[in-house]
Design a protein around this ligand. Structure first.
Ligand code: ADP
Ligand code: ASP
Ligand code: MG
Length: 432
């Protein structure tokens, strides 16, 4: 049994939904996880922002605009007037709710609720007796916002049982309930995470992430030409790339699959025959495999003579970040100083004020982490030199290697990102 997740572009129009129906087939009891149709989550966030700003007329006109879009999809998706009427009723419930101006989480949840209702009805219309598994009945996060896998597994088993035996199950990505039972979500791009959690909960044979590109490429195709899909990645390599900016995969999605040892395959809905990328627990000795970039990074340097030959200094530094619940991404140290990076700057000012009690503090904003991932075991020679050689003309603020065998990170200015990504591609991958 597999879990198959289709992202926003893959269900972004009536034709795309029909294509997904062909890919998933009509047997096997697989679970199909859907995102909202592309553009819908952004539109819903726009509606929610208008409501919060007290712009009720603007919100109502945005709601009508979205409703018109769905009317067009319904027209194109079904052949019979009977199914069109059922579909209008199914998405109509969401639009009635939106016009009552509910809370922001309930507003954004409507995207996945609508796409799954439309798609399930489409399957029924072509004779596939699919069953809908309501994610709000089983997907749970705890008081820290972390998925509660035990609760998810137990509740999902009940939900599947209630749905009865079906050739295919459809469910919503992204949406969940929080510890108080309120509607919540797994953050932007979180449908990948849903798929991975569901796969772990049911012990799937494989988790397939179907998107608009033929797998994880060796560099970011939005900024670099002539990128190529990577055939195989270890979970650790994929985790580094996803965390450090490879948008194709949500960073949190790797952990549940890895812990349950379920292979993840990245596949292309526009080109289903392409082999894509397989992510599993095997390591093939291949050196550098791919590059990714993470934006909006701030670097903070703390220098202090008190650090020299002292112990406990780093603990004090880390405690400050802990106090302000701010995760650190990269870290490098010298004998008299430490540089760290963060991407959540909401508490930057109090963090700096507290750090200044420990030493002199320098802050560099608008930075980018470039992550070079692969099987970079330290006994293999030369990969560090290749990376630094590629970046010889770019000012580098920090370099980090040795935290894992799978990545070298370098911190550069945001304005150098595209140049750095291209230089790395031409030096590391396109050397003919
Ligand atoms: P979905 O809506 O299916 O979840 P996303 O837009 O989240 O799809 O992810 C797919 C996109 O990720 C691709 O269209 C591509 O532009 C972008 N992307 C960024 N880095 C990479 C990479 N290294 N390999 C493949 N795609 C990448
Ligand atoms: N629809 C949500 C988003 O756009 C979740 C997802 O697509 O993964 O972020
Ligand atoms: Mg995505």
């Amino acid at each position: 049994m597999k879990v198959l997740k289709f992202g926003g572009t893959s269900v972004g129009s009536a034709d795309r939904m029909k294509n997904v129906a062909k890919i998933i087939g009509s047997e096997g009891g697989n679970i199909v996880v859907l995102s909202a149709m592309s553009g819908t989550t952004n539109a819903l966030i726009g509606i929610s922002e208008a409501i919060t700003a007290g712009k009720r007329d603007e919100a109502l006109s945005l709601i009508s605009e979205l409703e018109n879009k769905y009317a067009g999809v319904i027209e194109a998706l079904y052949d019979s007037e009977d199914y069109r009427a059922q579909a209008r009723e199914a998405v109509g419930a969401s639009f009635v709710l939106l016009r009552t101006f509910p809370g922001d989480k309930e507003i954004v949840a409507q995207g996945e609720l609508m796409s799954t209702r439309l798609f399930t009805l489409y399957l029924h219309s072509i004779g596939v007796n699919a069953a809908l598994l309501p994610a709000l009945d089983y997907m749970r996060i705890d008081e820290n916002g972390e998925p509660d896998l035990k609760a998810i597994s137990e509740k999902l088993a009940v939900v599947i049982d209630n749905a009865g035996k079906a050739p295919i199950y459809i469910t919503q990505g992204f949406i969940c309930r929080n510890a108080c039972g309120e509607i919540d979500n797994l953050k932007r791009g979180g449908s990948d995470y849903s798929a991975s959690l569901i796969g772990a909960a049911v012990g799937a044979d494989e988790i397939e992430i179907w998107t608009d590109i033929d797998g994880m490429h060796n560099n970011d195709p939005r900024f670099v030409e002539h990128t190529a899909p990577v055939k195989h990645l270890h979970f650790e390599e994929a985790a580094e790339l996803a965390y450090f900016g490879a948008k194709i995969l949500h960073p949190t999605c790797i952990l549940p699959a890895r812990e349950a040892n379920i292979p993840v395959r990245l596949l292309n809905t526009m080109e289903p025959a392409a082999r894509g990328t397989l992510i599993d627990n095997h390591l093939d000795d291949n050196g550098i495999k791919a590059v990714a970039a993470k934006d909006n990074i701030t670097a903070i340097k703390i220098k202090s003579g008190r650090m020299l030959l002292a112990y406990g200094f780093l603990r004090k530094v880390f405690e400050i970040f802990e106090t302000y619940r701010t995760p650190i991404d990269m870290i490098v140290t010298s004998e008299v100083g430490v540089s760290v990076t963060i991407d959540d700057c909401s508490n930057l000012q109090p963090i700096v004020t507290d750090l200044e009690k420990l030493g002199s503090v320098t802050v560099d904003t608008d930075m980018v982490i470039i992550c070079i991932a692969g099987d970079l075991e330290w006994q293999h020679k030369g990969f560090e030199a290749s990376v630094l050689d590629a970046l010889r003309d770019i000012p580098v603020r920090m370099i980090s290697y040795g935290g894992s065998n799978y990545n070298i990170s370098v911190l550069v200015k945001a304005c150098d990102k595209v140049k750095a990504l291209n230089l790395l591609s031409s030096h590391l991958f396109n050397r003919n």
